[in-house]
Design a protein around this ligand. Structure first.
Ligand SMILES: Cc1cc2nc3c(=O)[nH]c(=O)nc-3n(C[C@H](O)[C@H](O)[C@H](O)COP(=O)(O)OP(=O)(O)OC[C@H]3O[C@@H](n4cnc5c(N)ncnc54)[C@H](O)[C@@H]3O)c2cc1C
Length: 377
């Protein structure tokens, strides 16, 4: 008879590793099986978060090494530019592969088993979770599932996708301003929100991403636009690439008895930004010292802030119905809002006063239209 693990964790991505990093600081006595489909980690992700007063310090708490930190942010379109000094806040960037390796190293000796296998099925029989992979069958009391496999009925808002193609490039001439991160450099586009995101690591090296917010993005056409964007920088060498299509939606997973959904499928992606590292980190840092079991599972479940969800739903409706207004919405918000309020809002830790500030700075008529669309949902 095969053993029954206390926990089976599916996926060794950001949410599982941040979870295990914190959970295993407080709980050492459970048997844990970690299942990951990828045989090796790829160097194809860059994670950025805001850090500063009022926000849990993810860099320190998870002992991560930033690749670069910026104190100035820029947004622009054809007509004007918004440039802000964000002190005492920082925009912090991490190498994705390094983050995952460092998180894994922090607890690797404490887990019972790691298997590089693809999970094909999870079901319950006689109060035990049965996890089938391409190679074997495992038994667990509780499953922590980080697969991004949410169902249609778990989506509680409009579903917009964030699609991007990014290249870390090295130029032969100085073209970048290493102390300024360009969050959004908007292009005129009536069908989708389109912008370039530039993370400059030096005067000649940067990660340049071409991004669209769209209902049905096509990576091939983004790649074509991206090539033109890169050519505008002159001669360049592409060091590495990253690309993805990520869901931007309010997701509320169905609660199953012995399954803890985490990560994007667990509703941990911030719908209005497509960022999830901050939300995952905040959640993992709040974990209590209880052992995760069938009885205690409810205190582990991620519950998103209803007020943020409400605003995100309106925002998604605006992006969906009036994509041509997207640049105006973002530029207005970044230009008018108090930067501390905006960063705490974007980082899931707004105070009441931050929400009031954000509401006052949003374009009223546009948000009202989004609200009406929401009522029609
Ligand atoms: C290129 C890129 C850049 C990003 N940049 C940022 C950023 O700057 N800031 C930010 O906050 N967020 C960013 N994100 C979004 C988000 O933070 C990441 O997607 C994050 O990895 C989400 O964590 P997760 O655990 O939900 O998913 P993942 O990290 O994808 O983890 C899921 C894991 O489960 C494994 N898995 C899936 N199915 C199976 C299966 N059937 N069997 C076994 N294993 C399985 C996967 O291989 C993966 O390792 C970025 C995402 C991408 C792709």
């Amino acid at each position: 008879m095969k053993r029954t693990y206390d926990l089976i964790v599916i996926g060794a991505g950001l949410s599982s590793l941040m979870f295990l990093n914190q959970y295993l600081k407080k709980n050492n006595y459970q048997s844990i099986l970690l299942l990951e489909q990828k045989k090796t980690a790829n160097n194809d992700q860059t994670f950025c978060i805001w850090e500063g007063p009022g926000l849990p310090n993810i860099t320190e708490e998870f002992q991560l090494k930033p690749k670069k930190i910026w104190k100035k942010i820029v947004l622009n379109n054809l007509n004007y530019e918004v440039k802000k000094n964000i002190y005492p806040y920082n925009y912090v960037c991490f190498d994705g592969k390094e983050v995952l390796e460092s998180l894994f190293k922090s607890f690797s000796k404490k887990i019972t088993n790691l298997k590089k296998e693809i999970v094909t099925k999870v079901y319950c029989k006689d109060d035990i979770q049965i996890v089938t992979t391409d190679n074997s069958v495992y038994f667990g009391k509780v499953v922590v599932d980080s697969r991004n496999n949410f169902q249609k009925h778990e989506i509680k808002s409009a579903l917009v996708c964030q699609a991007f193609v990014g290249s870390e490039i090295e130029l032969t001439q100085d073209r970048f301003k290493p102390d300024e991160v360009t969050l959004m450099s908007f292009k005129q586009n009536d069908d989708q929100v389109e912008f370039t995101y530039i993370l400059p690591f030096s005067k000649q090296r940067a990660l340049v991403e071409t991004t669209v917010f769209s209902v049905a993005p096509c990576l091939e056409s983004i790649e074509k636009i991206h090539k033109v964007v890169l050519e505008n920088f002159g001669a360049y060498e592409e060091v590495r690439q990253e690309k993805a299509i990520l869901p931007m939606a309010v997701i509320s997973p169905i609660e199953e008895k012995r399954i803890l959904k985490i990560g994007i499928g667990g509703g941990m992606m911030r719908a209005s930004s497509g960022y999830s590292m901050r939300r995952i980190g905040n959640w993992a840092l709040r974990l209590k010292s209880d052992e995760l079991s069938e009885k205690s599972i409810s205190i582990f479940r991620y519950r998103s802030n209803k007020c943020l969800n409400y605003l995100d739903k309106i925002f998604l409706n605006v992006i969906l119905k009036y994509p041509e207004k997207g640049p105006y919405l973002f530029m207005k918000l970044f230009r008018r809002a108090k930067i501390s309020s905006l960063i705490r809002f974007l980082s899931d830790t707004p105070k009441g006063i931050d929400l009031i500030n954000i509401l006052l700075c949003m374009p009223k008529r546009l948000m009202l239209k989004g609200l009406i669309e929401k009522k029609n949902d």
